[in-house]
Design a binder for this molecule. Sequence first.
Ligand code: REX
Length: 416
Amino acid sequence: MLPSSNQRLALSATLLTLVAALAPATAAQAAPAVSPEVARAGLATPDLKALEQALLNTTAAGAPGAMARFSGPDGVVTKAVGVRDTGAGAAMDPKARFRIGSVSKTFSSVVLLQLVAEKKISLDASVNSYLPGLLPDDRITVRHLMTHRSGLADYTNAMFAQTVPGFEAVRNKVFGYQDLVKLSLAEPRTTEPGVAYKYSNTNFVVVGMLIEKATGNKVAKEYDRRIFKPLKLKNTSYVHPATAVKGLHARGYLHPDEAGAPLVDSTEQTVSWAQSAGAVISSPADLNTFTSALLRGKLLSPEMLDAMTTVTPTDTTNTRFYGLGLRRYDLSCGTSVYGHTGTVQGYYTYAFSTRDGRQSLAAMANTSNRGQANTALGGTLEAAFCGTKAAKAMKSPARGASVAPAEVDLPERHAR
Ligand code: REX
C-alpha cells in the first residue's frame, strides 16, 4: 500500500512545526491564524485569493457566474462571482441550487452499495442475473458498471454531438431506462468486459435499473430515504421528469453553436437522458455535507467505503482515478480528494472531500459547453485543498490542467 495522504500530511506537518520553531519571531507572527486542530492534523488552509481567482478565471472563460463553498475544521468559506441569472442580473449566490450532473452517480453508488451490504445485490454477479436478457453479454458484472469497465457505449456522445440542437431535441423528452440502454446497444461496445476504463452514462442508467429491481421502488424514493433524509439535505432532490429547479437557484446557460448568438437558457429540462446517471439537484452546502459524510463513513460500512475508494487510473497522468462511482484526484501538494465532477447542460460541478471527510469543496459554474471554464473551475480544488501552495501549482499549466475531467474536455475540443 502507498502511504496515505494523511501520513504524508502528518510528516509535512512535523517538518513545518520544526521550521516554525526555528524561524525568527517576525516570520511566526506573519503566519495565518490556524486552529490547533488544523495545525495538529497538518491540514492546509484554503487560499482564499486563489479560490476567488479560480472563479474569476471561470467567468473570464465564459461562465456567467461561478461559486465555491469550502468546509473544514476551521469553518466554512464561500465565494461567488458573476451572476446566477443573466436576465435579472442577480448575483451568484452560494445558497443557490443547481443541477449537479454526474455527481448524481456518487449518490446512485451509495444506494447500490447499501444494497450490496444488505446482500440484495452482489458486486461481482452478472448484471443479467438480476435483469435477465438486458445486456448482450453475461460477463458484464455490477462492478464493471460502477467502474466504467462494462464496454457499454455512451449513448450521450451521439445525442449531444451538436450542443444546442442536441439539447433542444431531448430537453422535454421522457425516456424509459430501457430506451436509453437500447440507444447504447445500437452502438458497438467499446471494450471487452472489465478490460479498460471508458466513461459511459449507460453504466449508471443500468445501476438505476438495478436499484429499482432490488428495492421495488423508484430511485427517487431510495435516494430520499437512504441519503437525503438521514443527512437532512433540504436542498437536494431527484427531479424526473418534472423540468423546474425549485427555490433559489442558478440558471444554466449554453453557449450557442454559432458565435455571436445569445446564450441559451437550459435551466428547465427533464434530464431524462441522464436519470440515475445525472438528474440530481443540490446546493453547495448539501454537497459538502454529502461528500464529507460519505468519506467519514456515515453512509456506508467500512467494507463498502473501502470498495468505493479502491481506484484504478483513468488516464496516463497518474493523478486521476476512478473507484465505484467516485473519482480520486491527486493534487499537486500530495493531498488526494474523492468525489465527482458533473456536466449537465448549463452547469459544471465539482464536489470533493479529503479521505477523512474533514475538508470538502463544492464548486459550480452556470455553463457547460466551455471546456476552459471547466478547467478553470477545477482550479478551486488546488486553491481549497492545497492552500497557499496552490498559487504556485496553478502557475504550472501541466499540473493546473490535470484536475479537469478528460471526459468533458475531449468532446468539447472536437466540437470547435
Ligand atoms: C452531456 C453533454 C454530458 C453536455 C454528460 N454528462 O454526459 C454526464 C456527466 C451526466 O456529468 N459526465 C461528466 C453538453 C463526464 C462528468 O463526470 O463530469 N456537451 C454540454 C455537448 C458537447 O453538447 N458538444 O456541454 O452541455
